[in-house]
Design a protein around this ligand. Structure first.
Ligand code: PMP
Length: 414
């Protein structure tokens, strides 16, 4: 049997959807500078999928810092992995500033959040250790857990009695192997916008012996009094042992970091395979991130603008009777009842007729029979964008209720 036979997805479900959906529902091309209004298939659309919470992507100082660093150093410098020939004072400065900001002793840069998380988990644990992780964790956490050669226990999403039960199992197991326990959660859950119960989790530290890793991809820059994240929001940052965030959201860049006590970072520097065997972040990313961090820290008005848009959007949708689930963050899921065919038709109506671009999520990410449209506001969106969206969603909900989106099979997008 040819190994590649299964890669010919032709008339499988995946193949069918790829054929009709590629370039429209999946792999869409949004063109122009990052902005609430971008071009999609030649039309101006209002985009709610920008990964730019604070509007830093196009801030003139950020664009200048990125461009100046690229002009001065190019994209190749520094040359190799951090350990070999990839260390600079700028990398060290950024790490220290990030650590200071999130209240930790030291930080370490990661080239991508995804690889970073996988690699942190891989480096911190050996086969005698045990992972206890939230069932709704991001794929990068799940993939890190898959690398782990020892035992892992999953607790029901944000359910503290389930976590307690799994910690009992984990404790028993770790006693037999002589290992330790790592609990992993997201700070803000990126799909539904609810907050990891960091207060509940850290309270359990009084009764169980474990370390805590928080993936705060969506919380860094958006949550907490100073924007230092979900640990700051709950007042428990000192009990977060490994604080992680990507630069892909509030920092509107690429890369990530982990922050912890000095001895932990010392160890990670010499053991994290994603950083030892991969080239260091290039200078424009690092110098650009320094500028982003400076603005994030010194311009609280950006966070205020973001939250003003978030509150207007979420309150407006709730007032119209929409189900926003359990979001307590800028991530704004809007739930409907429906199936794949319906969500496809809704997306087409939104993108082509209402000229509104947001992402859709279906089973198995959320329960069967539910559709979720995910709106992610930024400080660059306006109240007018919000009003336009609420109006469009109200019309879509009415059409859905009237059976307009019911279709037996997905029709090709044009
Ligand atoms: N963790 C979470 C919760 C995420 O949403 C993402 C996606 N950005 C990542 C990790 C991975 O980060 P990156 O895009 O930097 O690889």
């Amino acid at each position: 049997m040819d190994l590649f036979k299964k890669l010919q997805i032709g008339d499988t479900d995946l193949g069918k959807y790829q054929k009709v959906g590629h370039g429209y529902y999946t792999f869409p091309k949004l063109e122009g500078e990052i902005n609430p209004i971008m071009k999609f298939q030649g039309n101006d659309v209002l985009v709610w999928s920008l990964n730019n919470y604070l509007g830093l992507a196009n801030h003139p100082e950020v664009r200048k810092a990125d461009a100046d660093a690229a002009a001065k150093y190019g994209m190749a410098y520094p040359m190799g992995a951090r350990m070999m020939s990839g260390q600079t004072v700028f990398h060290e400065e950024l790490e220290q500033k990030l650590a200071d900001f999130v209240g930790k002793e030291r930080g370490y840069l990661l080239n991508y959040g995804y690889q970073g998380i996988v690699s942190i988990i891989d480096a911190v644990l050996n086969r005698n250790d045990v992972i206890v992780y939230d069932s709704d964790s991001h794929a990068s956490i799940l993939d890190g857990c898959r690398l782990h050669m020892g035992k892992r226990f999953v607790y029901k999403h944000n359910d503290m009695s389930s976590l307690e039960k799994q910690l009992q199992h984990a404790t028993k197991f770790a006693e037999t192997t002589g290992g330790g326990i790592l609990v992993i959660t997201e700070g803000v859950f990126g799909m539904e916008g609810d907050l990891g119960n960091l207060k509940g989790i850290t309270d359990l530290k009084d009764r169980f012996d474990f370390r805590l890793l928080v993936d705060d991809a969506h919380g860094f820059g958006t949550m907490g009094k100073t924007g230092a994240g979900t640990g700051e929001h709950f007042g428990v940052q000192d009990k977060v042992d490994l604080y992680f965030s990507t630069f892909a959201k509030s920092m509107a860049g690429i890369g990530a970091f982990v922050a912890a006590e000095t001895y932990v970072i010392d160890y990670l520097q010499y053991t994290m395979r994603s950083q030892i065997f991969a080239k260091s972040l290039p200078m424009p990313m690092v110098i650009g991130a320094l500028k982003r961090l400076e603005l994030l820290k010194t311009k609280p008005e950006l966070r205020e603008k973001l939250w003003n848009v978030v509150n207007t959007l979420q309150n407006g949708l709730k007032a119209k009777g929409f189900d926003l689930g359990v979001s307590e963050s800028p991530v704004t899921p809007v739930f409907f009842n429906g199936n794949v065919a319906m969500v496809t038709n809704i997306m087409k109506d939104l993108r082509s007729n209402y000229k509104i671009f947001c992402s859709a999520v279906i089973y198995p990410v959320i329960p069967k029979g539910k559709i979720m449209l995910r709106i992610i506001p930024t400080a660059d969106h306006t109240i007018e964008h919000v009003e336009r969206t609420i109006k469009a969603f109200s019309e879509v909900a009415e059409k859905l209720a009237n059976g307009i989106y019911t279709a037996d099979e997905v029709t090709a997008a044009n």
